[in-house]
Design a protein around this ligand. Structure first.
Ligand code: AVJ
Length: 336
């Protein structure tokens, strides 16, 4: 027990912990719990690790193809929306490219966390930012469309108001195929014919992409990913007054071939019992030696799986950009 002023128990965190840690046979915690202040900083650090190829590969694709991506949307009256918004550097490349094609641009990032949105401190001449705090999986959100052009001075074709929606950073990889379908299907409801989606997804292992490369991205030599994973227990200790012994759990990354995903787990190194107090009782959570808490899935997609996901959600894939060794894909899809 701490002697400091107790932190008010966050109901959502408590609910996730009690349900996830009493689920047999596999204990689970949801990945959104990673992103407290320290976790968000650790994730930023992960994106700069030599093993974590995802961010730099996607950024290079943005840099190489920003103009192609924008010219495919055939509009100089575009607004850019983004699901999730922890990506200012990458998005900035596209926003700058859009501002070379039109004098003004509205950027609409949508994120569950207002702090992630506040971090979008992009200031570019002509850029207006309308951030929105919403859980884009479960809650409604709105996408604003640019005003229709005044008749004079605009070519009919070039000036139709269009939305380009970004869902990048392989964020979609955290979700099961069913959830991923729901997210894209909901997004599709906000779009009209002629709008577009740019989806950034990490690719499945292949001839030029060994499983070991993917695994080391989730189990780096410096131990940053381990610290990121274990931080979820630090958070439960702090916010729920739980008593996880961090030295008694170890970070594990596994490749699940049947599901085409990396799984992150926290493995109990010995038999132990952890307690979580609530108002009316103290919950005892027993761990066997070797038992794990499953904390994250990162799905890796074959090009065919991406096509299926997009077409099932009523998008038509129009162009794919990937690096020479097929590690990461940016897929541009349109709404017909
Ligand atoms: C933010 C979900 C894209 O799955 O690669 C990084 C999170 N987890 N290292 C990913 C993460 C461990 C990341 N995403």
């Amino acid at each position: 027990m701490t002697t400091a002023t107790p932190v008010p128990a966050n109901e959502a965190v408590l609910h996730e912990a009690l349900t996830g840690l009493t689920t047999a046979p596999q204990k689970t915690l949801p990945p959104w719990l990673f992103y407290d202040e320290r976790g968000s900083r650790l994730f930023e650090q992960i994106t700069t690790l030599p093993e974590y190829y995802l961010t730099r590969t996607e950024r290079a694709l943005f840099a190489a193809h920003a103009d192609d991506i924008l010219s495919t949307t055939t509009s100089d009256n575009l607004t850019i929306a983004e699901l999730g918004a922890g990506t200012a550097t990458k998005t900035g490349i596209l926003l700058r490219a859009a501002l070379r094609r039109q004098p003004k641009l509205l950027y609409q990032p949508i994120d569950v966390s207002s702090s992630a949105l506040a971090a979008e401190s992009l200031t570019l001449p002509g850029l207006t930012i309308h951030p929105q705090v919403a859980n884009y999986i479960t809650e409604r959100y709105t996408l604003q469309r640019p005003d229709s052009p005044k008749l004079e001075g605009h070519s009919e074709q070039g000036s139709r108001p269009r939305i380009l929606a970004l869902y990048i950073g392989s964020s979609i990889g955290n979700f099961s195929p069913t959830e991923a379908h729901t997210i894209l299907h909901n997004l599709r409801q906000h779009l009209q014919p002629g709008d577009a989606l740019l989806l950034g997804a990490d690719l499945a292992p292949g001839p030029q992409k060994p499983i070991a490369t993917i695994l080391s991205a989730y189990d780096d030599a410096a131990g940053v990913t381990a610290a990121f994973n274990l931080n979820i227990l630090t958070r439960l200790n702090r916010e729920l007054d739980a008593d996880f012994n961090l030295a008694a759990f170890a970070h594990r990354a596994r490749w699940n071939a049947a599901e085409s995903r990396i799984e992150m787990h926290l493995e109990s190194l010995r038999p132990q019992t952890v307690t979580i107090p609530t108002n009316d009782e103290i919950h005892h959570i027993a761990f066997e030696q070797g038992e794990t808490i499953h904390t994250e899935n990162s799905y890796k997609f074959t090009p065919e799986a991406l096509t299926t996901l997009l077409t099932n959600s009523n998008f038509t894939p129009t162009r794919t950009f990937h690096d020479p060794t097929q590690t990461f894909a940016l897929t541009l899809a349109h709404t017909l």
